[in-house]
Write a protein that binds this ligand. Structure first.
Ligand SMILES: NC(=O)c1ccc[n+]([C@@H]2O[C@H](COP(=O)([O-])OP(=O)(O)OC[C@H]3O[C@@H](n4cnc5c(N)ncnc54)[C@H](O)[C@@H]3O)[C@@H](O)[C@H]2O)c1
Ligand SMILES: [Zn+2]
Ligand SMILES: [Zn+2]
Length: 341
């Protein structure tokens, strides 16, 4: 049996890079030779044992790109060597939710690198229907941003963002920065962002935010940019219940609150029922990116609609994955860290 190198998270906080059996593509699968896999907040939660702990020991990693290395007997539309990205969300394809592209509600849903082995490894075998061919000219470090951008694409779709709308993004982390850039591409204006870190606010300005302020200036900034009305859309991209409460005060009557930043499981969001009715406010969750979200994210990246420079350059070889995770919190200047196979 052939083997491959893979980073197995043995227990919270401890990776072991070792030889494991290399997967064989089943009939309807494609074997992907992975080039790069990004580390995201969810991976950090898994690393610290706060999420998907029941899956350990496991190979995490879900933001990946690579090329087709082999295909199963039932796959005719993918050729060896083709660069690809992969939709990490595996639904049954037949249920009510799968047909609606709401795969995370599928009762049989699996996610690569979360509920099953993922992409901090040399190879992964995946259902061929989830493989999306990518142009050979786009660098792998850019293609590996498809999945995080897809999450942001989905949120913008759910919030029905259009040109000319005032949008507030609370939090200029890696994902908040992608929100800002996508909003700029859509034509939202003005885009107002807040963060506790001036360095991250500077990145958001670079990425297209019109107004980038520290949290204590946010309320005034929104009021003055909207003649006191409030923003059309507020996206919470931190994951803090108090900020969700504040988000409601930043929204105009009839505005939209994008419930996006992940809080702990016990947190609640209270809303004034009568105000919600009379003002016709909307509050909507959005999770992950799948199907069309992945396609759209890939299209935006391959056509240069996202400035990726701030998201590239922090690379670690697979053998040093432990150091990449251990140092993650100390490297706020690195909007994205990628593991290179
Ligand atoms: N719903 C989804 O599909 C989805 C997808 C990806 C990530 N997320 C969630 O989105 C959130 C953002 O992701 P990320 O990777 O950028 O997270 P991150 O933790 O890396 O970044 C959060 C940012 O918020 C800033 N921040 C902290 N307190 C703040 C405050 N009081 N006001 C303003 N900014 C503040 C931090 O300085 C940091 O820059 C997380 O909660 C993540 O879990 C959701
Ligand atoms: Zn992720
Ligand atoms: Zn299903």
């Amino acid at each position: 049996m052939s083997t491959m190198r893979a980073a197995v998270l043995i227990e919270p906080g401890r990776f072991e890079v070792r030889d494991v059996p290399r997967p064989e593509p089943k009939r309807d699968e494609a074997l992907i030779r992975i080039a790069r896999t990004g580390i995201c907040g969810t991976d950090m939660h898994i690393f610290h044992g706060h999420y998907a702990a029941e899956s350990l020991p496991m190979i995490p990693g879900h933001e990946f790109t690579g090329h087709v290395a082999a295909v199963g007997a039932g796959v005719s539309d993918l050729s060896e060597g083709k660069p690809v990205v992969v939709d990490m969300n595996i639904g049954c394809t037949r249920c009510y939710w799968c047909r609606r592209n709401e795969i995370l509600n599928c009762p049989e849903m699996q996610q690569m690198g979360i509920t099953m082995d993922g992409a901090f490894a040399e190879y992964i075998s995946v259902p061929a229907r989830l493989v999306i061919p990518a142009p050979a000219e786009t660098p792998a470090e850019v293609l590996a941003l498809t999945e995080p951008l897809a999450c942001v694409v989905r949120a913008a779709r759910k919030a029905r963002v259009t040109f000319g709308q005032t949008v507030v993004v609370i939090g200029a982390g890696p994902i908040g920065n992608l929100h800002v850039q996508l909003l700029r591409t859509i034509g939202a204006a003005p885009i107002i962002v807040s963060d506790i870190s001036q360095a991250r606010l500077d990145m958001a300005k670079e990425g297209g935010a019109d107004i980038a302020v520290l949290p204590d200036q946010l309320q005034d900034a929104v009021q003055s940019a909207t003649q006191g009305r409030g923003a059309d859309i507020v996206i919470e991209s931190v994951g803090n219940a108090a900020l969700y409460a504040q988000a409601q005060t930043l929204m105009r009557k009839g505005g939209h609150l994008a419930v996006f930043g992940l809080t702990g499981p016990e947190e609640t969001l209270s809303l004034d029922i009568l105000t919600t009715i009379l003002d016709e406010n909307s509050v909507k969750g959005s999770v992950a990116g799948m199907g069309q979200d992945m396609h759209d994210a890939l299209t935006l990246l391959t056509h240069g609609r996202i400035k990726t420079k701030a998201f590239t350059g922090a690379d670690y070889p697979l053998e040093d994955i432990q150091a990449a995770f251990d140092s993650f919190a100390d490297r706020p200047q690195d909007l994205k860290t990628q593991i290179v196979m």
